[in-house]
Design a protein around this ligand. Sequence first.
Ligand code: SF4
Length: 377
Amino acid sequence: MSRLEQIIEQLMKISHDPRKQLERYQSEGKKVVGCFPPYTPQELVMAAGMVPMGIWGSQTESYQVRAYVPAFCCPIMQSSLEMGLNGSMKGLSAVMIPAICDALRCITQNWKVGVPDIPMIPVTYPQNRTDAGIQFLKSEYEVIRARLEKVAGHPITEEDLKAALEISRQHSRAMLEFAEEARKHPDRITPIIRHSVMKSAWFMEKKEHLALVKELTEELKKEPECDWKGGRVILSGITGEPDELLKLLEEYGLMVDSDDLAQESRQYTAEIPEGDDALLCLAEQWKDRKCSLVHDTEKTRLVRMCETAKEHQVQGVITCMMKFCDQEEYDLPVMNAMMKKLEIPVLALEIDQQPGTAEQLRTRIQTFAEMICNSKK
Ligand code: SF4
């Protein structure tokens, strides 16, 4: 097995079995803090010497959660809370939950009642992203820092913070470089592999992941570029899941050119600025977030997607619309109109994390693939 294949296999295993990672870190005596999507200050967890671990739901049937949230709560939150309620997250020292939408706001309170043995740290991001909002966010991070210090059992120094911020910057650059290299090698980096590499970042210590992703990118650079004959698409949405959906893309000859997924590249496009005050730098990153989940009247993430679509000459955009996610739904008509001007078709798929829901997407993906591949000829 080549080194390239070894790294891919390792990252795929990790992305498919985060529980094993949690157990590994626990056996090494490390404390792990669960980080709900889409954004939490993971750097504060790293600075405290603990491991931030993403919580992105799972293909779990909803049972206990039905007593806490209505049926129209998004599936990712239903399954995440279900995992807390059924004990699947035992071993976490705390969770951080960003109160960024109505569903997440409710989950902060549900968690306190339903999962009292795992402390919950809420994260409140300001809608106002001017200087006043950033000052507020810095003060919010001070509160979170103090709560994490309690969990860790020791103080977080300014040096700890600066070191964590630097790792995070390097990791973000490495992830974007991987994404750029992956689009030159769709023969080696299939949609599932690309997603697994991206997702594995959520379940590993950043330093460890950084080393592996850098090595993977270097290995890819040694490979000849692929002359892809199939369709080239951008994926947008919260997550490009489940794997069955990605398998369908592969089956019908579609490669993921790039993504605008909250779980993947959106995490890395706003770099943490440099400066003397680490918490202020971290807060200032919020100004540059381009996402459907932040208050952005200019819709800059869609502008960026259009620029990428033109530059990369993609044939289509597939929106993985998380069921019942208002924020993403509000952006869809705007995206459709913007892409229409570029004559790039958009396929909106409703994503549900419940098991066995992907097969119904087959016909739509097949038709879309035939349409965009024929228009290329
Ligand atoms: S998927 Fe949408 S509705 Fe659900 S938690 Fe994320 S932002 Fe909120």
